[in-house]
Design a protein around this ligand. Sequence first.
Ligand code: HPA
Ligand code: ZN
Length: 326
Amino acid sequence: QNLTELLRAMPKAELHIHIEGSLEPELIFEMARRNGVAIPYASVEDLRKAYAFTNLQSFLDIYYAGASVLLKEQDFHDMAWAYLLRAKADNVIRAEIFFDPQTHTARGVSMETVINGLHRACTNAKSQLGIDAELILCFLRHLSEEEAFDTLEQALPYRDKFIGVGLDSSEVGHPPEKFARVFAKCRQQGLHLVAHAGEEGPPAYVWSALDVLKVERIDHGVQSVKDPALVQRLAKDRIPLTVCPLSNLKLCVFPTLKEHNIRQLLDAGLCATLNSDDPAYFGGYMNDNFVQTFEATGLTKAHAYRLAKNSFEGSFADDAKKREYV
Ligand code: HPA
Ligand code: ZN
């Protein structure tokens, strides 16, 4: 079996996927039409042409605009179902899926609509696709602590439909500390905790995600290599990093895929994983990330097995499930 075949065929977990970032232009146009929402693009091709990003913020502006076509529970279901079918094709057997409720509640869509639509797709994925799919609610860090508390309160009636919380959106200028009290409350609720840190932001944000928010995983975390003491800490505590190479390439975090530091992270003994982040915007789902990253950086078969193992170890599956996966 050659390396590419192995990468495609091996069972894996995806731990860093924003469901709104899986919304393909074709689905944006279909939902805009069926919901009567106006979008400022003439065609699918015209919209795709706008996907030329220079940094995180340039992407977020268009990502939030794309999500404006989502109104009904069926829309949220259909978006998640389309992702889960793609995940199945890439031999993803577990997916821990981020969603951004504030993007929708700010437009008058109810929390119930968002969560029930996404959760129905996750339930069907278990029975129809054999994928264990779980939801993680993300707070938008460019909004206030108070808005995060409001969001949590609206979501707690659906506590049994998501397994954890995360922190995403514009990183620089919005350090993890801003959400210390929100995360403390989520911890009391028994929710799993993760946060984006060290995507564009400094190692200090990774430290505070760990020590102030007490997160169990770091999303991205690639800037951690700038601080050797931090790399040691991540290794010692086996803190998973959910790395997204094609995202990092498209948002100019690394100038080329060849210069990505995934090999350095793995060879330092970290629990690094590969993920797609926002596949509809960054030009690739899970296997595209694996195949292109391995080609560009010269990762080996041993790295492939390590990445698959790390994805299950880093997941929030219970121990019995983890044994079943490996
Ligand atoms: N970083 C921060 N926020 C996001 C991202 C990301 O990569 N994708 C979707 N929201
Ligand atoms: Zn992300």
